[in-house]
Design a protein around this ligand. Structure first.
Ligand SMILES: Cc1cc2nc3c(=O)[nH]c(=O)nc-3n(C[C@H](O)[C@H](O)[C@H](O)COP(=O)(O)OP(=O)(O)OC[C@H]3O[C@@H](n4cnc5c(N)ncnc54)[C@H](O)[C@@H]3O)c2cc1C
Length: 414
């Protein structure tokens, strides 16, 4: 009894303060554990989505790749299973899950198909998330049920002349009475072939520079909206990527999402979250390639032994496994920071940078481990390899992630 008393007295005041802080936020000490430890709800979502990916997505992967589009029936199933409204509250028809569940869902889908993962990720982490966090009650009531159950949304930031330098965008929104008239073109817009609503970043006060950038809801059927042809891409071929043109599109003032002139802030902060989703897509693709490869290395015999049995092969396999595991932990850590409402911009950039660069290595190595057959379309490795290349480009290139990380390093040491 005495010894317990002494031990308790030794607990530093800071620790007790931190414990009280955690308990006041509903975080119990049992919540502290390995990053790969999930709540029951997260585990349930992970398993449900993994089953959906295996049963419903896998049989359609080749067809969708060939056609360059997401299968209509599959899209319906994604809605029916709550995958398009992962964090949307149940009162709006969503699944009411948390951010970690979204990350796990994207990862599970990407193990099977990078294109469907792109659709689900961008729709949930950029479009739904932005509306949930800055939309008015009326906007939430109007759009969230549809986004959870009816149509995908697109996030329209990039333009032909503004990519990495996103806030130099030229799309304009001019006030006309209680409407705005939008003119401009957006490029590389994911899901735009099937989206029902576009979240459009346009400058509504050009004299204020980037501080004029404002976010608007633009419905697909509005007059003046046209969707360009699908881009023919290296990878994620079934994910529709098109230009979207806005020609004198009149939108009511009420279609401003969030505050006037805050578009640049929303784009920057929501892309930070989105990047963790891209990290999840990358670790999913890597794991999918790895899972499809290792059984082959155990079965395939050369020189009278399985190719896995050669030490130089084992070391390379162990190396990519270790790097993939490290990338996964970075992605999960960034996701947990989001949930803990702590700073995560640097960690999100690191997670995306490392996960996308790791995916390139893992998938390329998996092709090597397969030998000649890995280079053919009869096996999935080449598709995983092509699909992961986008990870170093969209939602900020690897250079842009490095710039973000460097900015944080400078701040920490200045
Ligand atoms: C398949 C696909 C889907 C996409 N989906 C969407 C979407 O849904 N919504 C959307 O808004 N956008 C989307 N994008 C756009 C994407 O985010 C941009 O392509 C990306 O941000 C890079 O911009 P960019 O293509 O103009 O390249 P650029 O900005 O021209 O960059 C070219 C090269 O220059 C480097 N570079 C540029 N500036 C610097 C600098 N200051 N320092 C160091 N290096 C620099 C870059 O790192 C890169 O290597 C998508 C793109 C693709 C390919």
């Amino acid at each position: 009894m005495n010894s317990i008393k002494i031990a308790l007295q030794k607990i530093p005041k800071d620790v007790i303060k931190a414990k009280k802080f955690h308990l006041s936020r509903g975080i119990s000490s049992s919540a502290v554990g390995p990053l790969t430890q999930f709540t029951e709800d997260e585990m349930l979502m992970k398993e449900t989505v993994a089953k959906l990916a295996k049963d419903e997505i896998l049989p359609l992967v080749k067809k969708m790749e060939k056609e360059g589009k997401i299968d209509d029936g599959l899209l319906k199933k994604l809605f029916e299973n709550g995958v398009m409204g992962l964090e949307i509250p149940t009162e709006y028809g969503g699944a009411g899950s948390n951010f970690m569940s979204t990350i796990l869902s994207v990862e599970e889908i990407a193990k099977v198909d990078g294109s469907v993962a792109a659709l689900v990720d961008i729709h949930n982490t950029l479009v739904n998330s932005l509306i949930m966090k800055v939309g008015t009650d009326e906007q939430k009531a109007k759009y969230l049920p549809k986004l959870a159950q009816q149509f995908p949304g697109s996030f329209c930031l990039t333009e032909p002349n503004s990519g990495s330098d996103a806030f130099s965008l030229k799309t304009e929104a001019k006030k006309d009475g209680n409407h705005y008239v939008i003119n401009g073109s957006k490029m590389w817009i994911s899901n735009s072939d099937i989206a029902g609503v576009f979240i459009v970043f346009a400058n509504a006060n050009t004299s204020a520079g980037y501080r004029g950038i404002t976010t608007f809801f633009v419905d697909r059927e509005m007059e003046g909206v046209t969707i360009g042809k699908r881009e023919d891409k290296l990878g994620i071929k079934a994910s529709g990527t098109c230009m979207v043109h806005f020609e004198n599109v009149r939108v009511p003032e009420d279609n401003i999402l969030g505050e006037f002139g805050k578009g640049y802030k929303y784009a920057a902060s929501f892309l930070n979250e989105g990047r963790i989703g891209i990290g999840a897509q990358m670790i999913g693709i890597s794991q999918g390639a790895f899972d499809a490869t290792i059984p082959y290395t155990l079965e395939r015999k050369q020189f009278g032994n399985s190719i896995f049995s050669f030490q130089s092969m084992q070391h390379q396999i162990a190396q990519v496994h270790a790097e993939l595991e490290a990338a996964r932990l970075l992605v999960y850590n960034a996701a947990r920071l989001v949930e803990a409402k702590q700073e995560f911009a640097k960690e999100a950039a690191i997670a995306k940078l490392i996960a996308s660069e790791t995916a390139l290595k893992v998938t390329a190595k998996c092709i090597d481990f397969m030998g000649g057959v890995g280079f053919t379309t009869d096996f999935p490795q080449e598709k995983f390899f092509r699909d992961c290349k986008i990870g170093t480009i969209y939602e900020g290139t690897s250079n842009m992630q490095l710039s973000t990380i460097a900015k944080h390093i400078k701040k920490a040491y200045s």
